[in-house]
Write a protein that binds this ligand. Structure first.
Ligand SMILES: Nc1nc2c(c(=O)[nH]1)N[C@H]1C(S)=C(S)[C@@H](COP(=O)(O)OP(=O)(O)OC[C@H]3O[C@@H](n4cnc5c(N)ncnc54)[C@H](O)[C@@H]3O)O[C@H]1N2
Ligand code: MOO
Length: 401
């Protein structure tokens, strides 16, 4: 059994980002930039007014002065002349500050009529002018490669005059559930069977992490069926299997795929749930073999697949983020496997997080997993911890899962 951190390192070091593709700006949200975005324009393109008012020389801005209004400069319609001494131009927010003017008089701070304007508040030089390039200048990098694009980033790329973006292709993740006993939700359930939940949960997790799930048909516990279904994943960036990872005679993933060219990197890790995790390569397609127990499959997906998806997407990748919370109840000492304990999470009025481990931790219990907002990480051989101990947690909702 290898430690969790080593397993994650081995997975990440075998993966590289997907190639770039070009998408239109609205399709860029949530995608990861493959190239930096350089501004194609300067913003603002010229000195512009930040307010509705009058453009004038600060020297003419004393209270009580009388200035002739010689024209107007709405946004997008620059005034063609120059502002001379004793003159002002009516200006609106976003309008270009005309040559000669160096300040803006707010319209609330003035009285106007008969083609003249009089300041009722003194004007300060440079006030209310947004200088050309205040936001960004043409040629400058506004967004770095390797960044997942937010709505704010899309706005910035648009302002920088980019109709197209170069982003990494969404990682395609083949998902293969195996087992004689499992049936699709809504389909007839075989005698002694159960409904398959793993492929659906994993597809949702892949989507939440920016990937494209490719859900393959369920393969029976039969070497040929598993080999045939896995072959369909040849065009995926990663193949995920669930079930058949353990040691029973019906746990066939490795023995079915070996003759198909599967080469194993590691099997079995010091983790609970998730001990029988498989990692290797099926003829050039990286393959992560998750245990069949639904909680084990999902916890392994959180700890290993989310970082793997980040690496494939072109993001900087490492372990999923953790934070600190206080135990709401005591926990016993741990053995040699790193434990990911399902726990309810509450936030106190002071903002502090408290986690209360659920009393039953069986790795078949999806209802408990859905209720748990957090996984408490218990390192190997962690001593017993009384209520109030600070512990490291993975907050599931913040990962979108
Ligand atoms: N003698 C041993 N037995 C087991 C060991 C061990 O070390 N020695 N490890 C246990 C651990 S830990 C786990 S986890 C499971 C993993 O087993 P498999 O990956 O081989 O999974 P299966 O046996 O195929 O299924 C386990 C369990 O999960 C259910 N299942 C399977 N697929 C789905 C699905 N798509 N949706 C919902 N539920 C699914 C299946 O019906 C079983 O109940 O092995 C332990 N055994
Ligand atoms: O470690 Mo298994 O993954 O018991 O559930």
């Amino acid at each position: 059994m290898i430690p969790v951190a080593e397993a994650l390192e081995r997975i990440l070091s075998a993966l590289s980002p997907t190639p770039a593709e070009t998408v239109s700006l609205p399709e860029g949200w949530g995608r990861v930039l493959a190239r930096p975005v350089l501004a194609r324009v300067t913003q603002p393109p010229a000195d512009v007014s930040a307010m509705d008012g009058y453009a004038l020389r600060a020297a003419d801005g004393a209270v009580g002065g009388r200035l002739r209004v010689i024209g107007s400069a709405p946004a997008g319609h620059p005034f063609g002349g120059t502002v001379g001494p004793g003159e002002a131009v009516r200006i609106f927010t976003g309008g270009a500050v005309p040559p000669g003017a160096d300040s803006i008089l707010l319209q609330e701070d003035a009285t106007a009529g008969d083609g003249f304007v009089t300041p009722t508040e003194a004007v300060r030089e440079g006030r209310h002018i947004r200088r050309a390039g205040l936001d960004f200048a043409a040629g400058g990098t506004v967004l770095e490669a390797g960044r997942r694009l937010t709505a704010r980033d899309i706005g910035l790329a648009a302002a920088a005059n980019h109709p197209w973006l170069h982003v990494h292709r969404r990682p395609r993740i083949g998902i293969l559930a195996t087992g004689d006993e499992i049936a699709l939700p809504g389909e007839p359930i075989p005698p002694g069977g159960i409904v398959s939940s793993n492929a659906h949960a994993l597809a949702a997790l892949v989507r939440a992490s920016g990937g494209e799930p490719v859900v393959l048909p369920i393969a029976a516990d039969d070497r040929d069926a598993i080999a045939e279904a896995a072959a369909a994943a040849a065009r995926c960036d990663l193949l995920l299997t669930t079930g058949g990872a353990s040691v029973g005679e019906h746990d066939l993933v490795q023995s079915a795929l070996g003759p198909q060219g599967f080469s194993l990197d590691f099997w079995k890790i010091a983790m609970r749930p998730g001990k029988p995790l498989i990692w290797g390569d099926l003829r050039g397609t990286p393959m992560l073999g998750l245990p069949g127990n639904p909680v084990s499959a999902l916890v392994c997906a959180v700890i290993f697949l989310i970082p793997a998806l980040r690496r494939l997407s072109g993001l900087p990748a490492g372990p999923v983020e953790t934070r600190t919370a206080l135990l709401g109840r005591e926990m016993g000492a741990n053995d040699r496997r790193q434990d990911y304990v399902r726990a309810e999470i509450t936030r106190g009025p002071d903002g502090a997080l408290t986690v209360s481990p659920l009393p039953l931790q069986d790795s078949s219990m999806l209802a408990a997993l859905a209720r748990a907002g957090a996984l408490v990480i218990r390192p190997p051989h962690a001593p017993a911890a009384p209520a109030g101990t600070a512990v490291e947690i993975v907050e599931l909702s913040s990962l979108g899962v």
